[in-house]
Design a protein around this ligand. Structure first.
Ligand SMILES: Cc1cc2nc3c(=O)[nH]c(=O)nc-3n(C[C@H](O)[C@H](O)[C@H](O)COP(=O)(O)OP(=O)(O)OC[C@H]3O[C@@H](n4cnc5c(N)ncnc54)[C@H](O)[C@@H]3O)c2cc1C
Ligand code: SF4
Length: 331
């Protein structure tokens, strides 16, 4: 039996205090990922700090005209919130493309950001894995790697980040608010998740003991021209092989501003500002969209089974941009 302590925190300061000085303690929110990891003996926290009673369940306007989503707001509540549906439909679509209604009811905003990879080897405690046991090796590189990364991987890890919601948040250029032993700070979404490098055991730039308190969306939600396209093995209840989040601001038939992020291809949601720059100031057409897709995979490398993702990104990017120009996903 795995023994662990349990603390139920009633406010943010108490949660941060409980985590301070114990790097093996972990916060627990919906538990939809962490409990599975504990059952499979992939995670063995010394202490669970239950944050479900913290006052982080509000969705409220922010001073800059955007929207702030508390870390404990469930994925369902975010997806169906009237302000999100009308102003940030990209985020709503991305969340509803993930998991199942039951899971989305339990899963929290903070937990979605920090869910762990779905690499098969990571989930098999009998096998080596640099992310689970640093220095033990990466069997995925020469193994079954159909779901793995084609961009930003390292020799130490080729895992991908599994979240749908985070791909939309990357395209929207959200900000993550955290607080920890050193006090509160804000992290730009592009800086929140990290590439594996030589430390694949670290998924994010959170410091020990830091708690996510909220995610802030900027004023611009690209509501009129956005889409989330998720390509997967089954139409529901499957993680993305490749996904594309697009937000465009159209001005007199020209692309005034463009945001594009990819999911299922890297250790973090993949946003490439040079690809977005190719779109800016241009009139939309398929040749331009194909050039953007080509540009996005210019440094892509497959490991064998996942080579197909390179061609899939090219095509998915074209289709997602077409959909965004047309005003959203096709029925
Ligand atoms: C069968 C299945 C299918 C799924 N399909 C999809 C899918 O298609 N797309 C998708 O995007 N997701 C999918 N998911 C993942 C699901 O979205 C996540 O499990 C969920 O979002 C995690 O949220 P949680 O609140 O349950 O996190 P928990 O399990 O409670 O925690 C997860 C991690 O986050 C940390 N944590 C939680 N809250 C905070 C906080 N506020 N601050 C700091 N750390 C925190 C915990 O310590 C833990 O490390 C699926 C899950 C399952 C089980
Ligand atoms: S890809 Fe990463 S998570 Fe998967 S086996 Fe290799 S090191 Fe582990």
């Amino acid at each position: 039996m795995n023994r662990f302590g349990y603390t139920r925190a009633s406010d943010v300061a108490e949660a941060v205090h409980a985590a301070a000085g114990d790097d093996a303690a972990q916060f627990i929110a919906g538990g939809t990922n962490l409990v599975d990891l504990m059952k499979e003996r992939i995670a063995a926290p010394s202490r669970l700090i239950d944050i479900t009673r913290l006052p982080l369940r509000a969705v409220k306007p922010s001073a800059d005209g955007g929207l702030e989503i508390g870390a404990l707001v469930s994925n369902s509540e975010v997806a169906y919130h009237p302000e999100v549906v009308s102003r940030y439909p990209l985020l709503s679509q991305a969340i509803l493309a993930g998991a199942s209604p039951q899971l989305r009811n339990m899963a929290s905003t903070g937990g979605n950001l920090l869910q762990r990879t779905r690499c098969y080897y990571f989930y098999d405690a009998a096998l080596p894995c640099n992310k689970r046991a640093p220095g033990s090796g990466c069997p995925a590189r020469d193994g079954v790697n159909r779901i793995h990364a084609i961009l930003g991987a390292s020799e130490h890890c080729i895992a991908v980040h599994p979240s749908d919601m985070c791909v939309a948040l990357a395209a929207l250029a959200a900000t993550v608010h955290v607080t920890g032993p050193a006090g509160p700070r804000a992290i730009a979404f592009a800086e929140f998740h990290r590439l594996p490098g030589d430390a694949p055991e670290r998924d994010s730039t959170l410091q020990p003991g830091e708690l996510v308190t909220a995610v802030a969306l900027p004023r611009e939600g690209f509501a009129a021209h956005s889409t989330y396209l998720k390509v997967r093995d089954r139409h529901s209840y499957a993680f993305a092989l490749v996904s594309v989040a697009v937000g465009l601001r159209m001005v007199d038939g020209t692309i005034g501003e463009a945001r594009l992020a990819l999911g299922g291809v890297a250790h973090k949601p993949w946003r490439d500002p040079t690809a977005e720059a190719l779109l800016r100031g241009q009139r939309p057409d398929d040749a331009l969209f194909a050039a953007v897709g080509e540009h996005l995979v210019r440094d892509a490398r497959g490991c064998g089974h996942n080579d197909f993702k390179i061609a899939l990104v090219r095509r998915a990017v074209v289709r997602a941009l077409q959909q965004a120009v047309a005003g959203g996903p096709r029925a």
